[in-house]
Design a protein. Structure first.
Length: 476
């Protein structure tokens, strides 16, 4: 049996901003576009969708995941794990091992290697490696023109993997190019040209060359090449010194349509390659961040089994926003007025008791009449027959709109008009939730919808997560 990637999943938000829109605000130009999260999305919500896709493709339940390793530089908290919400959604065991890798855009490769080691040692069976970023960029900065959003998940385990790592090499000098201290609201860059030539280009080339020498191969021996993509030009500069051809990089070149997704960048490009690769093909992957480059030699052992949305599936549908909307979503523009707060603080016992069942969308099925009672924490007696014996069941996540209403007068932080949707789920249950990514004139009774994790509100610096209904985006 071999160790490698048993399944992979990606997620890209619906919203896009053209770089020329950003340029208009600052009297500069711009080509291409960026994927940006919606106002109720962040690293946790994006990773939840990517993780679900990876588990679905691999055919593995969340309860069978032994560990989750998360790589990101833009998690919501400096002190508090971001993994617990994701673990609750997939009903992972309380014995789940968690670890977070950060402080570099190359963090995903470190998480991947740690996961492989955990499986190889026999300590873990299935490790979910998650990578996502939407790093904060100063208004009008070069980085605002390049930073995009995305998420990738890899399920690492032993069995019949899709991909195996057959070689690796590291080149690390601790070169200072971009950084962000706890006091910095945005990523900083001292000298972009110096960082480009002596940081990214030099380190990526050294790592790739070192790997090729170690493997006794040439760059042209690989069918695909995947390089970390801070921008288009810098990857071309680095590839020329390695001997990589433009054709080798074509399949994984997602930057022009997505942007720089930080820690997720090399894995997102790899996912685009895996969507097309065939058995026996080889991939050269090089990640970079914070003066350290990691090169991996990958062998395709099985073609992608499908069953989950591809990179192209997510790129196929987009909604474009202007710079004003982008500024609002990033918090650069904030509406004046009082912010509504919930009655109970987010650290209250009530939230602690109900979080897991709400995130996993669980209900209590009455053993007497079969009626599903929701939410479980407050349903001690069946509302239909009065029976008191139940079994916990998970509700379906897809369905159709049964009915809806639109709320036009909402306090902060809610934006109006706000849809409130009653969904008829595929299992026959009805579920009430807010709507997201819905246009007022686009909501219809019987419209296909799905439940997705979203931020509901942020209170006392803590994000409260719950599920909202979204129009069915990718019918897989």
């Amino acid at each position: 049996m071999s160790i490698g990637i048993l399944g992979y999943g990606v997620y890209l938000p619906l919203y896009r901003v053209k770089k020329e829109e950003i340029g208009k605000a600052w009297d500069t130009g711009g080509r291409g576009e960026l994927v940006v999260p919606g106002p109720d999305e962040d690293v946790i919500t994006m990773l939840t969708e990517a993780a679900g896709n990876a588990l679905k493709q691999a055919g593995v339940a969340g309860s069978d995941v032994d560990a989750i390793y998360l790589a990101s530089n833009s998690t919501p908290y400096l002190e508090h794990s971001s993994i617990s919400v994701i673990a609750d959604v997939f009903q992972c065991s309380p014995e789940l091992e968690t670890a977070e890798f950060a402080h570099t855009t190359g963090a995903a490769i470190a998480a991947w290697k740690a996961a492989s080691d955990a499986v190889a040692s026999g300590r873990k069976k299935h490790v979910l490696v998650l990578a996502s970023d939407f790093r904060p960029a100063g208004a009008g900065s070069d980085m605002e023109m390049t930073f995009g959003a995305g998420a990738v998940a890899l399920l690492i385990g032993e069995g019949r993997p899709l991909v195996e790592v057959d070689g690796s090499y590291t080149h690390n000098t601790g070169f200072l190019d971009r950084w962000r201290s706890p006091d910095d609201p945005h990523v900083r860059d001292y000298d972009p040209r110096f960082s480009r030539e002596y940081g990214y280009v030099k380190h990526v080339q050294e790592a790739a060359k070192g790997l090729l020498i170690r493997m006794g191969r040439k760059a042209t021996d690989y069918d695909y090449a995947v390089l970390q993509q801070p921008d288009d030009r810098i990857t071309r500069d680095a590839s020329k010194g390695i001997g990589i051809t433009p054709e080798q990089m074509l399949a994984g070149n997602v930057y022009p349509r997505v942007g720089d997704t930080g820690a997720a960048s090399p894995l997102l490009s790899l996912a685009a390659v895996l969507d097309k690769a065939t058995v026996g093909q080889k991939v050269l992957l090089v990640a970079y961040g914070s003066g350290s480059a990691e090169a991996l030699s990958l062998m395709i052992k099985r073609p992608s089994p499908g069953g989950a949305p591809t990179v192209e599936d997510y790129l196929a549908r987009a909604e474009y926003i202007d710079y004003t909307h982008l500024a609002r979503q990033k918090g650069i523009l904030e509406r004046a007025g009082e912010v509504a707060e919930s009655v109970l603080p987010v650290s209250s016992p009530f939230h602690w008791r109900t979080n897991r069942e709400m995130r996993a969308i669980l209900g209590k099925k009455c053993k007497e009449c079969g009626y599903i009672n929701f939410p479980p924490a407050i349903r001690l007696i069946c509302v239909r027959c009065g029976h008191t014996e139940f079994e916990m069941v998970a509700l379906a996540r897809k369905g159709i709109v049964h009915t809806y209403s639109l709320n036009y007068y909402m306090p902060q932080p809610f934006e109006s008009p706000l849809p409130l949707v009653v969904g008829e789920l595929e299992d026959g249950n009805r579920y009430l939730a807010l709507g997201t990514e819905m246009k007022v004139d686009g909501i219809k009774v019987n419209m296909p919808i799905e439940l997705v994790l979203r931020k509901i509100v942020n209170e006392r610096g803590v994000s409260v997560y719950g599920h909202k209904f979204r129009p069915l985006r990718v019918p897989v």
